[in-house]
Write a protein that binds this ligand. Structure first.
Ligand SMILES: Cc1cc2nc3c(=O)[nH]c(=O)nc-3n(C[C@H](O)[C@H](O)[C@H](O)COP(=O)(O)O)c2cc1C
Length: 198
């Protein structure tokens, strides 16, 4: 059986002063503890940011960063009951890199804890031939809960988040390994022209 460890962790925010780094730092550390090899993909990285205006070289760099990943974890805030617009643009900028990969969704925000952004993303990611992990993590008011280094301040809060992460990581492991095996057994390619309506 193949072990699919390479997880690209995609940040949802490009806002100056964003909370995203704190939550993503915690998520990355947790994924490492659960045996994955997380790599942060920051849409605000100057090499990647021009994806937002369709820059071909930046899209190529994005494809390189995503190519061959065993799975993705998106760590996103909620903006007006959905995912941030620039995250949608980043998602829309590549195609085959998503195919037959699991995507875990972790949200944060005000009172919503990012749950509506998570559910909005499922619809988009289904169109890109991914499997979204049923289990999620959600953080309401993360600015009160995480320090600058991405540590959860309160012990009970930390224990609850770690318990939720254990379930999430267990499911992510099943899907990354299973889809890695499936992609080897049977490439997930395009059907012959005419077989499907697009
Ligand atoms: C434009 C905008 C819209 C927002 N809409 C929501 C919302 O609909 N629901 C919610 O719970 N929080 C909402 N928030 C709060 C954000 O989720 C919260 O500020 C979060 O920390 C933003 O993530 P960031 O700091 O990493 O950019 C909104 C924030 C902004 C800037």
């Amino acid at each position: 059986m193949t072990q699919g460890n390479r997880i690209v962790v995609i940040l949802g925010s490009i806002r100056e002063g964003r909370i995203n780094d704190r939550v993503a730092a915690w998520v990355s550390a947790q994924l490492s503890d659960h045996g994955f090899a997380p790599e942060i993909l920051d849409p605000a990285d100057p090499e990647i940011l021009p994806v937002q205006i369709g820059d071909k070289q930046a899209i190529k760099r994005l494809q390189e960063r995503m190519k061959g990943a065993d799975g993705f974890v998106i760590v996103t805030p909620e903006y007006n009951h959905a995912e941030p617009g620039h995250l949608k643009t980043l998602i829309d900028s590549v195609t085959a890199e998503w195919w037959a990969r699991p995507v875990g969704l972790i949200g944060y925000g005000g009172i919503s804890g990012g749950l509506r952004a998570i559910e909005a993303l499922r619809v988009i990611l289904a169109e890109l031939h991914t499997v979204t992990i049923r289990d999620t993590l959600s953080f309401a008011s993360p600015w009160r809960r995480f320090d600058e280094l991405g540590r959860i301040l309160d012990a009970d809060d930390r224990a609850a988040a770690e318990a939720a992460m254990a379930v999430f990581a267990h499911r992510l492991r099943w899907w990354t390994d299973s889809l890695a095996d499936a992609r080897i057994a049977r490439p997930y390619d395009r059907p012959e022209a005419g077989d499907f309506e697009v």
